[in-house]
Design a protein around this ligand. Structure first.
Ligand code: ADP
Length: 166
């Protein structure tokens, strides 16, 4: 069975993420959605919150597991016996960054293959940061994030805005 990892920040998960994970789950025996614990970024949602949201979204996917990891992705892949890393590509910006990452990861772990999935047309503009930006200005995010977590995302962004006002 081929095990694939979909790594990312998922701060918060969006319909774009869900689309990539769903497509990967139809191709691979098992997919691990792995939330990166990045010490250098200050996320809006804690790692735990992101894992909980993703678990909620993945309940109907039999072969998808949600986890978090620290450190190098290739080390985590080895630990999980995963041989494929799935990355979504929205445009040239993603490509330039991801190409470098894929080449570095191949140097570090030649047995782990990076595969790119082209974004769904409907979500090519969609990122977690754009969701946060729109929500912070009171915009409608219902077409951007899954319905199951929309209120959670809105609450968190409002609470965060209030905190910043003081
Ligand atoms: P972002 O903050 O840019 O949304 P993440 O680190 O959470 O990024 O993304 C995790 C993975 O999901 C990355 O491989 C990223 O390219 C991919 N991804 C994110 N949004 C989309 C989208 N709308 N379409 C395709 N892939 C996406």
């Amino acid at each position: 069975m081929t095990i694939a990892i979909c790594p990312g920040s998922f701060d918060p998960p969006t319909n774009g993420h869900l689309d990539i994970i769903g497509r990967a789950s139809r191709i691979f025996g098992k997919v691990i959605v792995a939330v990166l614990e990045n010490q250098r970024k200050t996320p809006l949602f804690s790692v735990n919150e992101r894992v909980m949201m993703l678990k909620r979204l993945m309940t109907s996917y039999q072969n998808v597991e949600v986890d978090s990891f620290q450190g190098l992705l290739v080390d985590y892949a080895r630990l999980k016996n995963a041989t494929v890393l799935i990355k979504g590509l929205r445009g040239m910006g993603d490509f330039e960054y991801e190409l470098q990452m894929a080449l570095v990861n191949r140097k570090l772990a030649p047995q782990v293959e990076t595969l790119f999935m082209i974004t769904n047309n409907d979500y090519s503009y969609l990122s977690s940061s754009i969701v946060k930006e729109i929500a912070a200005y009171g915009g409608d995010i219902s077409a951007l994030v899954p319905a199951e977590i929309r209120d959670l995302v809105l609450q968190k962004i409002r609470a965060n805005d209030e905190k910043q006002q003081f």
